[in-house]
Design a binder for this molecule. Structure first.
Ligand code: RIB
Length: 410
């Protein structure tokens, strides 16, 4: 099985700052680096550092020689990369002292991919081979269709997520690797479990790999959901962490590894990458990952708490009218007493307070966004006693439900 990565190659201009600059603010940088990057290039390097071979296809423009050099040094096959007479794509990256980043892109050469070029590349791949793509190149929908016609397995990382992704028929995709913002944007669901349910129902054959930053990751296919906690590290620069994860994930899939093992290795590789500056240069080799996998501590408790928080929210969202502690206990598979303690520990509120807050939040939204009568809303969110509802509503919002509705609509 061959792996083809059709993707971007960027020059990253990285600026080290105290914090991400706000609108209207001028901030002096504490340093700057010019580094190889681009989601495509980073992911190809992660694949080879994981120990696999990969063919990288795409375009390199003026000033992009350093990118070809790093790909070659990392054993990436560059025979499908074409040169174009345009400025190379680049990214302006701000990295804060906490390791967070903010990026904007100039696509340049990455948007010069011609259909002829795509056709030439796909002539060398066939059934069972893997295609990896992200959303930093042009002709993405054409590339996906060609791979589908060739019966290749397609792994899509819809990053950065924008309207181009809507053109892709997800029925053609085998694996979707995405983050919390992207999953919500594509599914149009604010709740993670609902977003995952959306994919399960609408695209039953699609395998979804959801990364949740410092909360870990969730893998879902039609049979199961698997969770993997993060490895605890001190973050220096998170740029490229998702690409490291993706590259290692793809390598694991290509090798036919078990999903638990793939998640663990990809998470560990991604954790190591955030301890170093830069994107491509921060990606660890497999030997280092295997050495550290048993030494680094995982944030199990946080992840379990996060999963439980998602489940508690899911139960209450789905059963707002007649939610009960016993019902939640049944849903989680615990005793009611233990469930009460758990809710307090995870949400910081008693079950009663938590439910009340959720009900009030929903009623406030319904007051503003619907024409339902206040009595209908009160019933819908699960209250029989209207005067009790009016009192707690006023305590929270400082005005009556009627004035809340009037005041906001006016
Ligand atoms: O995912 C990180 C990458 O995003 C950077 O290397 C930058 O080039 C942007 O494409």
């Amino acid at each position: 099985m061959k792996i083809l990565n059709f993707g971007s190659c960027n020059i990253d201009y990285v600026y080290l700052l105290d914090h991400i600059t706000s609108i209207g603010e001028t901030e002096t940088t504490q340093g700057m680096n010019i580094l190889p990057g681009g989601k495509g290039l980073n992911q190809s390097i992660a694949i080879t550092r994981a120990g696999n071979n990969v063919y990288h296809a795409g375009c390199i423009g003026e000033g992009g020689e350093l990118l070809l050099d790093i790909l070659k040094t990392n054993r990436v096959d560059i025979s499908f990369i074409e040169r174009v007479n345009t400025k190379n794509g680049h990214a302006i990256i701000q990295v804060s002292k906490d390791g967070d980043n903010s990026i904007f892109l100039y696509p340049g050469s990455n948007e010069m991919i011609l259909r002829d070029h795509v056709d030439r590349v796909f002539a060398s791949f066939s059934e069972g081979d893997l295609l990896l793509v992200q959303n930093e190149i042009n002709n993405l929908d054409y590339i996906v269709k060609k791979a589908y016609q060739a019966r290749m397995k397609i792994i899509l990382n819809p990053s950065p997520c924008n309207e181009k992704i809507q053109q892709i028929d997800l029925n053609m995709i085998s694996y979707l690797i995405l983050n919390e913002i992207e999953v919500k944007e594509i599914s149009k669901c604010e709740n993670i479990q609902k977003a995952l349910a959306y994919f399960r129902e609408k695209f039953p054959d699609l395998k979804v790999m959801l990364t949740l930053g410092n909360k870990g990751c969730i893998y879902q296919d039609k049979k199961e959901q698997r969770f993997c906690p993060i490895f605890k590290v001190d973050a220096v620069d998170t740029t490229g962490a998702g690409d490291t994860f993706t590259g290692y994930f793809v390598a694991g899939i290509a090798n036919g590894e078990k999903i638990e093992k793939i998640l663990q290795i990809a998470s560990c590789a991604s954790a190591i990458s955030v301890t170093r500056e830069g994107a491509a240069l921060s990606i660890p080799y497999i030997d280092e990952v295997m050495e550290k996998i048993n030494c680094l501590e995982t944030n199990d408790t946080d992840m379990k708490a996060e999963i439980l928080r998602i489940k508690i929210e899911e139960y209450v969202d789905e059963n707002l009218t007649d939610a009960s502690l016993d019902g939640l206990a049944d849903f989680l598979g615990y005793s009611s007493i233990y469930t009460g303690t758990l809710v307090k520990k995870i949400t910081g509120e008693t079950y009663k307070k938590f439910l009340q807050r959720k009900r009030l939040d929903v009623s406030a939204t319904l007051l503003l966004q619907t024409e339902l009568s206040i009595d209908e809303i009160i019933k819908m969110v699960g209250y029989d006693n209207a005067s009790f509802f009016r009192r707690i509503f006023k305590e929270k919002y400082g005005i009556t439900p009627l004035n809340y509705r009037k005041g906001q609509i006016k």
